[in-house]
Design a protein around this ligand. Structure first.
Ligand code: SF4
Length: 788
């Protein structure tokens, strides 16, 4: 299999530079595509919504509610209350990036289905390292990850998923160009999936287990979010760009302000924004913790759909325009107003996306903090800011520099978001101009945005500043160097400040110096929203067909000796009666997030290999009995070991084991590995003071019974080394019989416990298992249940 592209060069562009095209490249704009699988089922959605509206007494709804409630699996049986009701939803589509797709697909394979229940796509973008430039970097990254890419491609072919191979582009840009649509509900296994809200979709970043739900036709659960309304008035002007809307809001809302909320934009200002500009705003909404962000259907969405070959989707949306905007009088839980005319350019950071500084104050902040007045590297592009509009506007700045005979003083890298963007900006000459000022074009992939950046311009860990048009700037994120101060801003400001090389540079007030020593002012950026001559798809070998068909004959080969991939075996069935002799291996004290249960960082390379990644199980957990992290006694051997080691030792002895945990067990990102690994190592039950809801559901999906203490003070009574001799209530649960003290939310399970000294005591615990979830538990996992 070849993932690479041949190169040839010809012609001149509208920016006056040499035009490059590829031998396999299409040079004419998109034909109209087959849109049958990418047009949301509007008639059905509107009809579903009518049912919910009847239940809700026809109160006016926000757009977020209209889209979510129209995707309910049971629209007549539920009266949704924002912030309270758990919704059971049927998403329309799934997108997965190469790192998170591995375990999602390995799990989906267990469902035994010939194809996915909804259209799904795989995007090879995160595993590609940026270093010297696109061509060389792509060759190296493909070589280093070919096992993973081959696995993903064969799975895509077998199950009829669309496979976007390495070099084709970044997941969210590809989704915007090909799959997003107004009113769509989609899940993506990446936190910046909300990018598709720029095209009016509700697109939510989730863990692989949630994606598997949608692909295996298991209802997907979401607590009905509250809705923050952002009213936009006025019009952007001068140096201000769409990125400044979200940089400003991040400062106001902080990194937690959107948690449990959808951010919904409305007001006359939205009519002035481009579709891709709205995508940028929604993309970075992930940084304030929002479930997602979205805009109502407006003309610029229609233009973008037509420009990307999806006119039929635009026309269908236009016919349902009433469905695709908030009802008159809809109530928002909170409203923030932003006048675009007054908005200033912003620079956010370092180290957190909510540290927002207006450009006019930034030089002062630099001086006050004593930061070196130097921009070491500027990076533009990524999934956040690599639209045609972004590239055209930065080119208008670079062109001024070229005409004055100067180059970027800082290192300058460009990451096109997709092959379509790369090819179109090469044809139209933006690339040539950016290269003339010293820019290096990296592969159409995540690269430096996710730390896949081989940086060789730094002397050993020196403090330095980089400016990016990306969306996230936690410490170490881009180059693994904790002393790199990473600032987020618009691509226009990244470019202007890179040209000057100074961190205090303000292009509105400060001049640059040309090749002859004369000062000149950069004129504000300008550019087209969409290419005047249409988009070209570029290397056609990157574009999968509009409709991918499954092929049952494809074998998915995984080398049994691989350290990165391992096929999964279905878990065995759960207990058919009461539990007996469950060994309490460990009592965890304090915070235990999904990071404590299944750490990321160097473990990411084992995401597709359950046995190997299970070596990190609970390696951040504090043992309440010995006050040590990841140290626990094996009661049979008397020896201390790491938690995963002792778990494996108990498993080898045929001894099921459990952990007792503190409050909010499993908070943090929705990482399915945190649930999978516990089950894999032989833990059928977890007893907590309380659970984070998503992790609790993930445990249930993997056939683990999550119980809480009826009296949280009982956590003090239990210790590692205790044994749950028997349970009372599990047999009723699995038999579907009412328990003694059932409530609408669940029921009671008694645990008869014996201490090592022989003393016995009883713990009253509670479960929250629904009928469906009991079926998962009995059959061993949700996927076993889906398989029947
Ligand atoms: Fe995530 Fe960055 Fe890739 Fe976007 S470009 S998907 S933010 S890693």
């Amino acid at each position: 299999m070849s993932f690479l592209k041949p190169l040839t060069r010809t012609n001149r562009s509208r920016w006056g530079t040499t035009l490059r095209t590829l031998a396999t490249e299409a040079s004419s704009p998109h034909p109209i595509r087959d849109c049958t699988r990418i047009t949301p089922p509007y008639a059905k959605l509107v009809s579903n919504l009518e049912k919910v509206k009847r239940v809700l007494d026809h109160r006016p709804l926000t757009l977020s509610e209209k889209i979510l409630y129209s995707h309910l699996t049971n629209p007549e049986d539920v009266k949704p209350v924002r912030g309270q009701t758990y919704l059971k939803l049927s998403p329309d589509r799934v997108a997965m990036q190469d790192a998170s797709a591995q375990m999602a697909i390995l799990q989906f394979m267990l469902a035994g289905m010939p194809t996915t229940a909804v259209p799904s796509s795989i995007h090879c973008d995160h595993l590609i390292v940026g270093h010297k430039g696109a061509d060389q970097d792509l060759v190296n990254s493909i070589e280093n990850n070919k096992e993973i890419f081959n696995f993903l491609q064969s799975a895509a072919e077998k199950y009829g998923m669309s496979f976007w191979k390495p070099g084709s582009g970044i997941i969210h840009q590809i989704v915007l160009e090909n799959y997003a649509a107004p009113g769509l509900l989609m899940l993506g296994t990446d936190s910046h999936t909300p990018n598709a809200g720029g095209l009016g979709a509700i697109a939510i970043g989730v863990g692989g287990a949630d994606a598997v739900d949608a692909m295996a036709n298991i209802p997907w659960e979401l607590k009905a979010p509250e809705v923050i309304g952002i009213k936009l008035t006025g019009k952007l002007n001068g140096w201000t760009s769409p990125k400044d809307v979200i940089l400003h809001l991040a400062g106001k809302l902080t990194v937690r302000g959107g948690t449990g909320h959808i951010i919904e934009y409305f007001g006359p200002g939205i009519e002035t924004l481009s579709c891709t500009g709205m995508g940028t705003i929604c993309n970075m909404g992930a940084e304030v913790g929002a479930t997602t962000s979205l805009f109502p259907f407006v003309n610029s969405m229609s233009s973008y759909l037509h420009a990307t070959g999806r006119g039929p989707v635009a026309e269908a949306a236009r016919q349902h325009a009433h469905f695709l905007r908030a009802d008159e009088g809809a109530h928002y839980d909170k409203v923030i107003e932003v006048n675009l005319s007054d908005l200033e350019p912003h620079i956010n950071g370092p180290f957190t996306p909510d540290l927002a500084t207006p450009l006019s104050k930034f030089a002062e902040v630099v001086k006050k903090n004593g930061w070196k007045d130097e921009v070491k590297v500027g990076l533009i592009g990524s999934c956040t800011n690599s639209s045609y509009e972004d590239m055209d506007r930065v080119t208008s700045l670079a062109k001024q520099a070229v005409e004055k005979g100067i180059k970027s003083k800082a290192g300058f890298f460009i990451t096109p978001g997709s092959e379509q963007i790369r090819a179109t900006i090469e044809r139209d000459g933006q690339t040539g101009v950016l290269e003339q000022v010293g820019g290096v074009v990296l592969a159409n992939a995540c690269g430096p945005c996710i730390g896949q950046w081989t940086r060789d311009d730094l002397d050993d860990k020196e403090e330095n500043a980089i400016l990016t048009s990306f969306n996230r700037n936690f410490k170490n994120r881009n180059d693994g160097n904790a002393t790199t101060m990473n600032f987020l801003t618009s691509p226009e400001l990244v470019t202007a400040m890179s040209l000057s090389g100074k961190l205090t540079f303000n292009p509105l007030t400060d001049p640059l110096v040309d090749a002859s020593g004369q000062e000149f002012m950069l004129q504000p950026p300008y550019g087209d929203n969409l290419p005047q001559n249409g988009f070209i798809p570029g290397n056609l070998s990157y574009t999968p067909p509009d409709i991918s068909h499954p092929n049952a004959a494809i074998q998915i080969n995984v080398d049994p000796k691989s350290t990165r991939l391992q096929l999964l075996d279905p878990f065995g069935p759960g207990p058919q009666g009461e539990f007996e002799d469950l060994q309490v291996m460990l009592k965890v004290k304090g915070k235990c997030t999904t990071d404590h249960i299944s750490a990321a960082g160097p473990w990411l390379k084992y995401k597709g290999h359950l046995e190997n990644i299970a070596h990190n199980t609970l390696n951040g957990a504090l043992n309440a009995d010995n006050e040590k992290v990841n140290v626990v006694k094996n009661v049979f051997s008397g020896k201390d070991g790491a938690i995963h080691e002792v778990g494996r030792e108990y498993q080898a002895l045929g001894k099921p084991w459990i952990v007792v945990t503190d409050h909010n067990y499993g908070e943090g990102s929705a990482r399915e590995h945190a649930a999978l690994q516990m089950r894999y190592l032989g833990c059928p039950l977890i007893l907590a003071r309380s659970f984070a809801r998503i992790h609790q559901t993930n445990l249930k999906k993997q056939g683990v019974l999550p119980l809480t203490f009826a009296d949280p003070a009982d956590w003090e009574r239990m210790h590692g080394g205790d044994v749950i001799e028997s349970t009372e209530g599990v047999a009723d649960l699995v038999a579907g019989r009412p328990g003694k003290n059932d409530t609408p939310e669940g029921g009671e399970i008694l645990l008869n416990v014996r201490r090592p000294d022989g003393e016995r005591y009883v713990i009253k615990a509670l479960h929250t298992m629904s009928k469906d979830q009991v079926d998962w538990f009995k059959k061993g996992s949700a996927l076993n249940a889906a398989r029947g």
